[in-house]
Design a protein around this ligand. Structure first.
Ligand code: IMP
Ligand code: MG
Length: 188
């Protein structure tokens, strides 16, 4: 079945070998991103924050969110690679831009999803070594049932059940990032 098929139900799609069903519509995502931007505006409009966008998944959320802000801010990308084979250790590799001065800066980490929390649990202590003025997290999706760590997502988007999702920047096996809506793994 392809998207051009006349009988194709756009609420059910195939990404790689798996079926996904429509979960959160682009219009609802836009409303949520605006709410997050409004909260961040209230707290940071005089603080000249620096956003640290976790590649690759957060790129669309970050692009949408920062264009809703009307005050000075900066943005950099970081790459954090987690090893799913060794989830219990939560071992991750962190790649930051060289010569990035984070001291006394108000940092806001931008994530696509907080799942086990392993990524943030490794990244936060690393960032604290740079002695920032403050540190906060925003994520368009949060899966509390999957959390293995105790921490708060300061600016959460949608709180979702522990099911795999794709779209709006999130991938399955490298595919599906370009979908404008969010889709959830379908049991059918
Ligand atoms: P963590 O388990 O919180 O460390 O999340 C690690 C990363 O796994 C996230 O930043 C996402 O890039 C990816 N991830 C976790 N859950 C999903 C999902 O449901 N769909 C796509 N990617 C996911
Ligand atoms: Mg991610």
């Amino acid at each position: 079945m392809s998207k051009t098929d006349k009988t194709f139900n756009v609420d059910l799609i195939k990404v790689g070998d798996l079926s996904f069903s429509k979960f959160i519509d682009a219009a609802d995502i836009e409303i949520k991103v605006q709410e997050i931007a409004d909260s961040i505006r209230e707290d940071y409009h005089e603080k000249h924050p620096m956003f640290l966008v976790v590649m690759n998944g957060a790129f669309i959320f970050a692009a949408d969110m920062i264009r809703k802000l009307d005050f000075p801010c900066e943005l950099n990308f970081v790459r954090i690679k987690s090893y799913h084979g060794t989830e219990t250790t939560g071992k991750v590799d962190i790649y930051m831009p060289p010569n990035l001065n984070l001291q006394n800066r108000h940092l806001i980490i931008v994530e696509d999803i907080i799942d086990t929390g392993n990524t943030m649990a490794a990244f936060i202590p690393e960032l604290k070594l740079h002695k920032p003025a403050s540190l906060a997290i925003t994520s368009i999706l949060v899966k509390p049932e999957a959390h293995l760590h105790d921490f708060i997502t300061d600016y959460p988007g949608f709180i979702i059940p522990n099911k795999f999702v794709v779209g709006y920047g999130l991938d399955y096996d490298g595919m599906g990032r370009n979908l404008k809506d969010l889709y959830q793994l379908s049991m059918t």
